[in-house]
Design a protein around this ligand. Structure first.
Ligand SMILES: Cc1cc2nc3c(=O)[nH]c(=O)nc-3n(C[C@H](O)[C@H](O)[C@H](O)COP(=O)(O)OP(=O)(O)OC[C@H]3O[C@@H](n4cnc5c(N)ncnc54)[C@H](O)[C@@H]3O)c2cc1C
Length: 462
């Protein structure tokens, strides 16, 4: 009988547990999770704030009872305090009783995920403590943000990435006067190049969101005269201004939650556990461990556009890697195909999606690439309605391989990023995509579909 310990259970943990039990229904699978729920879809938080969620309970797709039914031994509200990776034991504290117990395991699955980055900014700890600044990651945060959104008249959202942008959009939609702050000079600067982010900035301005870009937050101070939860609200001080609101939300990114494994498992610089193609972790000396796996936000991904390990915390990676743990837990069997970090977002009436590298991402990594942007109607103008799509393709001028793509339109063109994602995974060049068989039908597309058209333009520019 094999005993598995899974530490952490949101997406990677839930899928790993399910997959392991499907393959090995007779194994003992201990699941440790410090929260009292599992499988929460954080991507629903902003939508819930804006009243676009039918029932918040539906933001969970599994439960402790469902995993127990599948055969897992559940330890909910248990905090794993220490793990001896090579000694194969862990210590967990029951957060209800305070009791601490040691458990032995044959195989370990690390799915401890990530935590919000909390930069060392003056006054931030106190503001987080009194609730004037909130985080946005788990179910507890979701409940708190939703409650505050009911009474707040003003908000400052710090971080104009996907999470901050979605929150700012939903706050402005429900009438909360919102300021969106970021140290970078553009919104969604890590996800889209300027041809697209410029249009998003215009949409924010059109909806009354104040953009405070290119300015780092340097301090948080209590604000008098506001109706914040503690009676004071908060003033967010940046290098270039001060923004006072009833509440501020910090969305400054995520870091892997892997302190338990420091000095035991090999990691990249930010602490993400390096996994091989079969989700196996290794010791700090590089020895691959056949009985220790990591998946999701606690682990690295293989980023196909660069061919290197990277840190890209997305639920899509957590799910796919979690499933692979079950496939490979006995022996390396099924290889991980890597990721393009394909993603999408809807802000107001703009649908956007992206895959692979942006030109900005290329520059940040010290690489070289070219980019081609095309704007064309998504379907012919003899139709009663049509609307433009902005399509950008990022490609390597030497190999001609596609490295990334971005799309924006008022029409739902989000699936286009999935098409290019598969093309990148398959190693397509701009020539391959230019000649790919993409359908034409006037309800849906032009004779030359915009995905093919932007590739044809790239070939013409090459
Ligand atoms: C607001 C928001 C919106 C998002 N939107 C999207 C989206 O649209 N699409 C997308 O692909 N991704 C999205 N993401 C990212 C996605 O949520 C994460 O990539 C995903 O949650 C990672 O899952 P995970 O299981 O690896 O880690 P986590 O979700 O971080 O879960 C880790 C779990 O481990 C537990 N844990 C950690 N340490 C211990 C310990 N010592 N003992 C016991 N338990 C422990 C934690 O309590 C937690 O439940 C979003 C994230 C946020 C915050």
């Amino acid at each position: 009988m094999t005993t598995v310990a899974i530490v952490g259970c949101t997406h990677a943990g839930t899928f790993a547990a399910t997959s392991i039990l499907q393959h090995h229904p007779d194994w003992t699978v201990h699941v440790f999770e410090r929260n009292d729920s599992l499988s929460f879809l954080s991507c629903g938080i902003a939508l819930w704030v804006g009243d676009h969620v039918s029932d918040p309970k539906r933001m969970f797709y599994s439960s402790p009872a469902a995993l127990a039914e599948a055969g897992a031994t559940m330890h909910m509200r248990h905090d794993v305090l220490g793990v001896d990776v090579t000694g194969k034991t862990l210590t967990a504290k029951d957060l209800e009783t305070g009791e601490t117990t040691d458990y032995a395991f044959d195989k370990l699955v690390v799915t401890t995920g990530s935590a919000p980055v909390i930069p060392p900014i003056d006054g931030l700890d106190a503001a987080l403590e009194n609730g004037a600044v909130m985080l946005c990651k788990n179910w507890g945060h979701a409940l708190a943000i939703k409650e505050r959104a009911k009474s707040a008249k003003t908000a400052v959202v710090i971080g104009a990435g996907y999470i901050g942008a979605e929150l700012a959009e939903q706050f402005s939609d429900i009438g909360v006067k919102t300021t969106l702050v970021d140290a970078l000079p553009r919104v969604l600067a890590n996800n889209f190049d300027a041809a697209i982010s410029d249009q998003v900035e215009q949409a924010f301005s059109d909806h009354g969101v104040t953009l405070a870009l290119g300015q780092k937050v340097v301090a948080f101070r209590p604000a008098s005269g506001s109706d914040g939860a503690d009676g004071s609200g908060v003033t967010v001080v940046t290098e270039r201004g001060e923004y006072t609101a009833d509440v501020a939300i910090l969305g400054a990114g995520f870091r892997p939650n892997t302190a338990l494994f420091a000095d035991q498992l090999a990691t990249i610089g930010n602490g993400a556990i390096i996994v091989d193609d079969y989700m196996r972790a290794s010791l700090t000396d590089g020895t691959v461990l056949n009985d220790v796996f990591a998946a999701g936000d606690s682990a690295t991904v293989h980023y196909n556009p660069t061919g290197k390990d990277d840190y890209i915390p997305l639920a899509t990676n957590a799910v796919r890697q979690g499933l692979l743990v079950g496939e490979n837990i006995v022996a390396p069997t099924k290889r991980y195909l890597g990721t393009q970090a394909t993603s999408a977002v809807q802000l107001y009436d703009l649908a956007m999606s992206a895959t692979g590298l942006t030109l900005g991402g290329v520059e940040r990594r010290g690489l070289t690439a070219r980019s081609t942007t095309l704007v064309q109607d998504y379907r012919p103008d003899f139709m009663l309605t049509t609307t433009p799509v902005t399509a950008t393709l990022v490609w390597d001028p030497d190999t001609r391989r596609i490295l990334g793509a971005q799309f924006l339109s008022k029409h739902d063109i989000s699936q286009a990023a999935n098409v290019v994602s598969v093309a990148i995974q398959a190693g397509f060049t701009i020539d391959d995509l230019a000649g790919a068989d993409l359908f034409f039908q006037p309800n849906f597309s032009q004779p030359v579909n915009f995905v093919g058209a932007v590739a044809i333009q790239a070939v013409a520019e090459s």
